[in-house]
Design a protein around this ligand. Structure first.
Ligand code: DOR
Ligand code: ZN
Length: 343
């Protein structure tokens, strides 16, 4: 197949930051996607509806003039989130979910939830009002091996959450393991999951074999090949529980190429092209549209997009960097050729 036209996709997990980084990255997403779920892990985090509305306005102002892109906002859950705020989100046209970061799990997660069981009262309200809870599913205790953090989170935390709140709408974000795939497959229909392009295309060798490659370092970290294969199988299976969420996470090049480099892969410049490459490798390009354009909208109870986008088999070279001197970002696959191009 040399050409593929699908309904316009959405990105159900995206970081766009603020200021000059936002202005550098937002057009990349708006060129491809109709909507995106915007992560709230700013400094300070977006914890209240009013802050989310102000952030939404900043994103709208950073968009190219002709863009029809819609940012779908989220709030950052903390131990002190007021119960009222959950009802406010349920009533809001623009704020769609809460994000749970276990404290210390990743970039700007210090204000996250340290004791997840202490947040059970908040989960009960989300369950009652039908507000989705988006979960970064990793334990953070220093004694756990970084490659086991997702599996241990599922065993020790997520199982308790789904048992106690069977109707809570949950998105387990950026799956990285076979165990996470199995958990989502076995869960009720109100539990879905996003999968990133890097976790479909790469295993942990990409970060470590032949040198340390910081632009492949994200959290949850890339895992062994058996896990990549399980994710690819899930994403291309046509199971509507699995949908597109890039977790595109821009950081300045200087903070990635650093003795303590930040976690996050910048993939928004070529998101759909990267997914197409993975689906083609699996021989399942016919399953891309459901994963990219239908299942996420259905899960969130939003209408499917009516526009279309076309991908062409026509190689192009990814630039070495995007942005200007004050916001230089090195994209995933910098300088390499990608086989698919969005036309
Ligand atoms: O790699 C990551 N980067 N994982 C996350 O969970 C957060 C993200 C970021 O904000 O940079
Ligand atoms: Zn993320």
């Amino acid at each position: 197949m040399d050409k593929l036209t699908i309904s316009q996709p959405d990105d159900w997990h995206l970081h766009v930051r603020t200021g000059s980084i936002l202005r550098t990255v937002i057009a990349h997403t708006a060129r491809q996607f109709g909507r995106a779920i915007i992560m709230p892990n700013l400094k300070p985090p977006v914890t209240m509806v009013d802050q989310a509305l102000a952030y939404r306005q900043e994103i709208l102002e950073a968009l190219p003039a002709d863009a029809a892109f819609q940012p779908l906002m989220t709030l950052y859950l903390t131990a002190s989130t007021p119960l009222d705020e959950i009802k406010k989100v349920a009533d809001s046209e623009f704020v769609h979910a809460f994000k749970l970061y276990p404290a210390g799990a990743t970039t700007n997660s210090d204000a996250g939830v340290a004791d997840i069981e202490a947040a059970f009262g908040l989960f009960a309200a989300m369950e009652k009002y039908g507000v989705p809870l988006l979960i970064h599913g990793e334990v953070t205790d220093a004694e756990h091996d970084i490659f086991d953090r997702e599996k241990i989170f599922i065993d020790t935390k997520l199982n308790k959450i789904t048992a106690q709140f069977p109707a809570l709408r949950i998105v387990l974000e950026h799956l990285t393991t076979q165990e996470a795939v199995q958990f989502v497959e076995a869960a009720a229909d109100n539990v879905g999951a996003t999968i990133t392009p890097q976790h479909l295309l790469y295993n942990r060798n990409a970060i470590l074999a032949g040198g340390i490659r910081p632009h492949y370092y994200c959290l949850p970290i890339l895992k062994r090949e058996q896990h990549r294969l399980a994710l690819l199988q899930a994403a291309t299976s046509g199971n509507p529980k699995f949908f597109l969420g890039t977790d595109s996470a821009p950081h300045l090049t200087s903070l990635k190429e650093n003795s303590c480099g930040c976690a996050g892969c910048y993939s928004a410049h070529a998101a759909l092209e990267l997914y197409a490459e993975a689906f083609e490798q699996a021989g399942k390009l016919d399953k891309l549209e459901g994963f990219a354009s239908f299942f996420g909208a259905d899960f969130y109870g939003l209408p499917r997009n009516t526009a279309t986008v076309t991908l062409e088999k026509s190689a192009w070279q990814v630039p070495d960097v995007y942005g200007s001197l004050d916001a230089e970002i090195t994209p995933l696959r910098a300088g390499e050729h990608l086989p698919w191009r969005l036309v």
